[in-house]
Ligand binder design. Structure first.
Ligand code: HEC
Length: 302
């Protein structure tokens, strides 16, 4: 069926109307019949266009996303751990280390309004974890240990057993925490610098004072409720982590502006002097160094 009958009738209409008075009742009925047919044809075309061109196209798209591009929770948590390890490294080696030399302070009481300091690396992570909790994506982050400075960081129950296994093997652990219904991944947190060992051994609350370089001091622990996620969900989770890191860094940057002598915020880093990078500069550095590995991992999962 096409709309050509319609065109024919349209062009024929003036002729017909001029002859209308003499037209037989049969011709009138036929004209009415033709009009109904044209309307019916147009209606059918509209329905066909909707059914075969519009509506079905949307359905397979959703199906493909759900069925074919799923990412395992293991891969998702490994991606998050790798990104966060990079953040921790950049924050520790490019902000805290050179920052101290440039005259900046870092303290466990950094959130106290009377303390003019930034967060220690473990507390930068805790700030990131707190920001994550406020987001809709159900990604959990926790830095724990079997001999923590802070009681709140003690592994308990099944996590304590898994951490013992991690300590014995030195390898990450992937398991399901049944009581809270979350898939869990634990990654060793190593004493990579003398400062880790010194500070933890000398701390007033230290439950253990013989940490050595390269010891496993704890484990970065990630949780997520689902066994697999769609690619879109995986991207949202990575975005949630990056946003939470940005927010933690922004809180630090804003805090420095309450110092008696606030450092300049911009493109420069503490290695250049009494400066700290802006949140944009910090995040660009993080993203530039993690994005390729994250993309490669997501491609490998497909
Ligand atoms: C200047 C002191 C200091 C330095 C340097 C330091 N930490 Fe900590 N770390 C702390 C404090 C204080 C806490 C407890 C923070 C809290 O209240 O949660 C902590 C927490 C931790 C935790 C969680 C378990 C616990 O002990 O509460 C781990 C694991 C950890 N740090 C590992 C490291 C590693 C690895 C390094 C080196 C890359 C490091 N720390 C550097 C002071 C330090």
């Amino acid at each position: 069926m096409s709309d050509s009958p319609d065109t024919t009738r349209e062009s024929a209409r003036p002729e017909r109307s001029s002859t209308r008075p003499s037209a037989a009742p049969g011709a009138e009925r036929r004209l009415l019949f033709d009009r109904v047919m044209v309307a019916f044809t147009l209606f059918t075309l509209m329905v066909c266009t909707y059914l075969f061109a519009t509506a079905p196209a949307a359905l397979p798209e959703t199906d493909v996303d759900d069925a074919e591009t799923s990412v395992s929770v293991r891969a998702l948590l490994e991606i998050c751990a790798a990104e966060n390890a990079r953040v921790r490294n950049i924050y520790t080696s490019r902000i805290v280390g050179p920052g101290k030399k440039a005259g900046l302070s870092f303290s466990e009481d950094w959130l106290d309004p009377d303390v003019f300091a930034g967060p220690l690396p473990a507390l930068f992570l805790r700030e990131t974890a707190r920001n994550l909790e406020k987001r809709p994506e159900p990604l959990g982050l926790f830095l724990g240990s079997d001999a923590p400075l802070s009681e709140a960081n003690l592994f308990r129950g099944m996590q304590a057993d898994e951490f013992a296994a991690l300590r014995a093997s030195g390898e990450p652990r992937h398991f399901f925490t049944a009581d809270v219904g979350v898939h869990t991944a634990m990654f060793p947190d190593l004493a990579v610098a003398p400062a880790c060992v010194d500070c933890h051994n000398e701390h007033a609350n230290a439950p253990k004072r013989d940490w050595k370089l390269n010891d496993i001091m704890g484990a970065t622990t990630w949780t997520y409720p689902k066994a697999t996620v769609t690619l879109r969900e995986a991207l949202s989770v990575v975005d949630a982590l990056r946003s939470s890191v940005r927010e933690a860094y922004t809180t630090y940057a804003e805090k420095t502006q309450t110092f008696e002598d606030p450092p300049e915020i911009g493109e420069l880093w503490p290695i250049n002097g009494y400066y700290i990078p802006s949140p944009d500069t910090f995040m660009r550095e993080v993203e530039d160094s993690v994005s390729k590995a994250t993309l490669d991992r997501l491609i490998a999962e497909r």
